[in-house]
Design a protein around this ligand. Structure first.
Ligand SMILES: Nc1ncnc2c1ncn2[C@@H]1O[C@H](COP(=O)(O)OP(=O)(O)OP(=O)(O)O)[C@@H](O)[C@H]1O
Length: 506
């Protein structure tokens, strides 16, 4: 693009990001002099600049749909969102996609019943951008076309995916609520399952005090008249490693702290303060700002009542959590033979006995399953002793597996209690899944999360770019191709079985 004196542009400044500027000198193609909004003169290559919409041609400084920007580039998009955010306009469209900027403050006027009523049956784009408008559009599309719909909520940790998902569910239960409500209606149970799933699947991370450490797909089923007739929750990729390993200032899953603070119930399972358990004291953060662990315990129990988990099952759930905490406190010392291990001391033995009692298993069997490994050969089973490190790894593997199974059991029971409508003709699925993750040290969990996101991105590309462009081509519309990074080759490679054979062999 060529620039003239007076052209409005964006220029990237070190440490500042994109800043507004105006071209003051454009003598030749090799360099342009711009004056930034901070009155700084910079000489830059023209290809380093991006054209900028002025407040006047945006008609007031911002637009409610990014497609109305003359120059749809990164700084233009960010600036538009910033301007709107400053006015508490947290939602903006990009065509039919809704961008939500986390307000980090309650905006109750945006989500009350009056607002839900406003968006009912209104064409997308007619009113200000809103998450209810997207939920309504999918509800109408489902009714009118008799076709199931899905809404994908994506973004990085703390972006507001779970809150957005809850708002979508609230709207759908509002428009699809049944005329006669029994005391435990499907919609109430779907909404009430949230605190329960959050207690067992959420944890404090550096970015978010209530971060979902699992992906969730909620299917809301409707009958032919558009009334909710059932629901199902499917969960993915629970971050199992968190059960046994945390770093300050993060926490383990909320339910452990709730149980430790539960008073009499904690005493029942011989639990003390969270700081006395290895799986919790690897981080010194036990409390959350504005949250009382004991109150949360009773909220979790109430949510269990609402979704229909019996008192005896509730006891079994908390017993299992207590067993995991005791299990984590079992330590090992070298055994008689080299490369063998035994329970370290009387404290560890106490925790071992507690674990066995709570899991209702034989303590001797538990010891041998921690300190030995059985290898199946053609000649029979060989028992191999394990050293202390291997026994500790075995203990952690057991804790992770028991927790993951408990979580799956919980989800299964929530689903049983809500009830699915097998005759449902159409449903709306809401997918709330982790965004891309890249840490200093990435594990297999990050690989799975990023692979899932890459697949979703590919699905999006397929629909937004590839199919649209194919249509223009077939209709011979003059259209210049949009360049985008197509990672299909990489996905194909990872999905091929030979890749995994190579990984295991390598
Ligand atoms: N629309 C909103 N209105 C008010 N507060 C919000 C809104 N969206 C998000 N928040 C605030 O931001 C916090 C983080 O949001 P949320 O848990 O939904 O993020 P997330 O994207 O699901 O994060 P993670 O991937 O870590 O689970 C919420 O606890 C809430 O305080």
């Amino acid at each position: 693009m060529s620039y003239r004196k007076g052209s409005k542009v964006w220029v990237e400044e070190k440490g500042e990001g994109w800043v507004e500027a105006e071209v003051v000198e454009a003598k030749d193609r090799s360099a342009v002099v711009v004056l930034t909004s901070q009155r700084k003169k910079i000489s830059v290559l023209p290809e380093k600049l991006l054209p900028r919409d002025t407040d006047e041609n945006l008609g007031g400084g911002h637009v409610d749909d990014m497609t109305k920007l003359t120059y749809l580039n990164e700084p233009g998009v960010l600036y538009n969102l910033k301007r709107r955010y400053a006015l508490n306009e947290i939602y903006t469209y990009t065509g039919s996609i809704l961008i939500a900027v986390n307000p980090f403050t309650r905006l109750p006027h945006l989500y009350n019943e009056y607002m839900m009523e406003q968006y009912k049956g209104v064409q997308l784009g007619e009113l200000s951008p809103h998450v209810f408008a997207v939920a309504d559009a999918s509800y109408r599309a489902m009714l009118n076309d008799s076709m199931s719909q899905s809404i994908l909520v994506s973004g990085e940790s703390g972006a507001g995916k779970t809150e957005t998902t809850k708002l979508i569910m609230r709207y759908l239960t509002y428009v699809g609520g049944r005329a006669v409500l029994d005391d435990r209606s499907v919609e109430q149970q779907v909404l009430e399952s949230n605190p329960l799933l959050e207690a067992f699947g959420n944890a404090k991370t550096v970015r978010n005090d209530n971060s979902s450490r699992f992906g969730k797909f909620v299917e809301i089923q409707f009958d032919t008249s558009g009334r909710i007739s059932g629901a199902a929750i499917r969960t993915y990729l629970l971050e199992r490693s968190r059960v046994v390993q945390i770093t300050d200032p993060e926490r383990n899953f909320h339910c452990f702290y709730q149980l430790c603070a539960s008073g009499k119930d904690a005493e029942l399972y011989k639990l003390g303060h969270a700081s006395t358990f290895h799986y919790l004291n690897q981080s010194k953060t036990y409390e959350l700002e504005g949250i009382n662990n004991e109150d949360e315990y009773w909220k979790t129990k109430r949510a269990m009542d609402i979704v229909g988990i019996s008192r005896s099952d509730q006891d079994a759930i908390f017993r299992t959590l207590a067993a995991i905490l005791h299990l984590g406190n079992i330590e090992f010392s070298p055994g008689k033979d080299s490369d063998s291990s035994k329970i370290k001391d009387s404290t560890s033995n106490f925790h071992l006995q507690m674990t066995a009692t709570l899991l209702m298993c034989d303590p001797d069997v538990l010891v041998s399953s921690l300190c030995t490994r059985s290898i199946h050969t053609n000649e029979g089973i060989i028992i191999k002793e394990l050293d202390c490190a291997a026994a500790a790894a075995n203990r952690d593997a057991l804790a992770k597996t028991v927790y993951a199974r408990l979580f799956d059991w919980l989800v299964e029971n929530i689903n049983k209690s809500i009830g699915q409508d097998v005759d449902s003709k159409a449903q709306i699925g809401v997918l709330d899944i982790y965004g891309f993750e890249s840490f200093k040290h990435n594990s297999f969990e990050q690989f799975c999360i990023n692979f899932a996101n890459e697949k979703l991105q590919q699905h999006f590309n397929e629909h937004v770019f590839k199919m649209e462009q194919e249509e223009y081509k077939s209709e011979k519309i003059n259209w210049s191709y949009i360049e985008f990074i197509d990672n299909q080759d990489m996905l194909d490679l990872i999905e091929k079985e030979t890749y995994w054979n190579y990984c295991t062999a390598g």
